[in-house]
Design a binder for this molecule. Structure first.
Ligand code: SAM
Length: 272
């Protein structure tokens, strides 16, 4: 069997329409893990893309970000809050995680902020398109929003959208598996991403949370699968949350659970 070169796998992923904007670091990490299990270059490429699908491609296609940004700019210029929300809803429909949250968005942030208070600094880890929900967050003037994800197009879109909202934003391309965030925030969000980080290695989710300094840390889980069918997910993820708390040694921290159907949401008291 001929040796499979990492650079050859990376070169193939780099010309893939779907994954060419995913952070090099992430592709390199996954390809390295898959090469040792592969028969040949084509197999390594297929396996690497399958992993990329699991952690990214399954959630979002290739939305027309420039068009959505233009629509957002027009709506903000128009000054009608409901039009702005409508454009944000349409944009959030471009990612499965936020699309699923749309029917519960009003309740989600109303109930969350009733527990945490309105934050001045938000840290949104593995953010997807959730930062487009800022019109539901009631952030004060001068608020700061720190966010990260692994696709440069998505990250660029989120940064530009937050800029249009006049928010002081720092949106980064960051692989939280290799570089866990160290934010200092009022609330830190890790929404629906624990299962995705679990697929990238034991302890990855705990490491992504361990370095946060926040008054409240919000961890949520999906309770419907991407195909839409509930499969005992709530029981499974409730148990996963308990093991995550153990991994972090946070058993003494106060945890409040929000009763929002469609998403299992835990608010953990932080240490800021
Ligand atoms: C299930 S989605 C959740 C998105 C968002 N938090 C929400 O609930 O709307 C998981 C997100 O994690 C991102 N992601 C996956 N692996 C990551 C990694 N290693 N570092 C940072 N983000 C990652 C994906 O690109 C995807 O947007």
């Amino acid at each position: 069997m001929s040796e499979i070169r990492l650079d050859d796998v990376l070169a193939r992923v780099a010309v893939s329409r779907r994954y060419r904007h995913v952070s090099d670091e992430v592709v390199r990490r996954l390809a390295t893990e898959e090469i040792v299990k592969s028969h040949n270059l084509a197999d390594a490429e297929k396996r690497t893309k399958r992993r990329l699908h699991q952690i990214f491609g399954a959630y979002t296609g290739q939305p027309d970000y420039p068009q959505r940004l233009l629509a957002l700019a027009r709506a903000i210029d128009g000054g009608d809050a409901e039009s702005v929300r409508e454009v944000c809803r349409l944009a959030m429909a471009g990612h499965v995680s936020t699309r699923e949250r749309l029917p519960i968005l009003d309740r989600f942030y109303a109930e969350l902020l009733a527990v945490t208070g309105v934050p001045s600094v938000v840290c949104d880890i593995a953010c997807g398109l959730n930062p487009l929900a800022v019109p539901w967050m009631g952030l004060p003037a001068g608020a700061r929003y720190v966010a990260c994800d692994i696709d440069s197009q998505l990250v660029g879109f989120v940064a530009a959208a937050l800029d249009l909202f006049g928010i002081d934003a720092q949106v980064e391309l960051r692989d939280v598996v290799t570089l866990p965030p160290a934010c200092d925030a009022d609330i830190a969000l890790l929404l629906k991403s624990v299962p995705c980080l679990d697929q990238q290695g034991a302890g990855a989710a705990a490491r992504a949370l361990a370095g946060l300094r926040a008054r409240h840390i919000v961890v949520s889980f999906p309770v419907q699968s991407i195909g839409g069918r509930e499969k005992g997910m709530e029981r499974t993820y409730r148990a996963r949350f308990a093991t995550l708390i153990d991994e972090l040694g946070w058993q003494e921290r106060r945890v409040q659970e929000l009763s929002i159907s469609g998403e299992l949401v835990f608010v953990i008291e932080g240490e800021r």
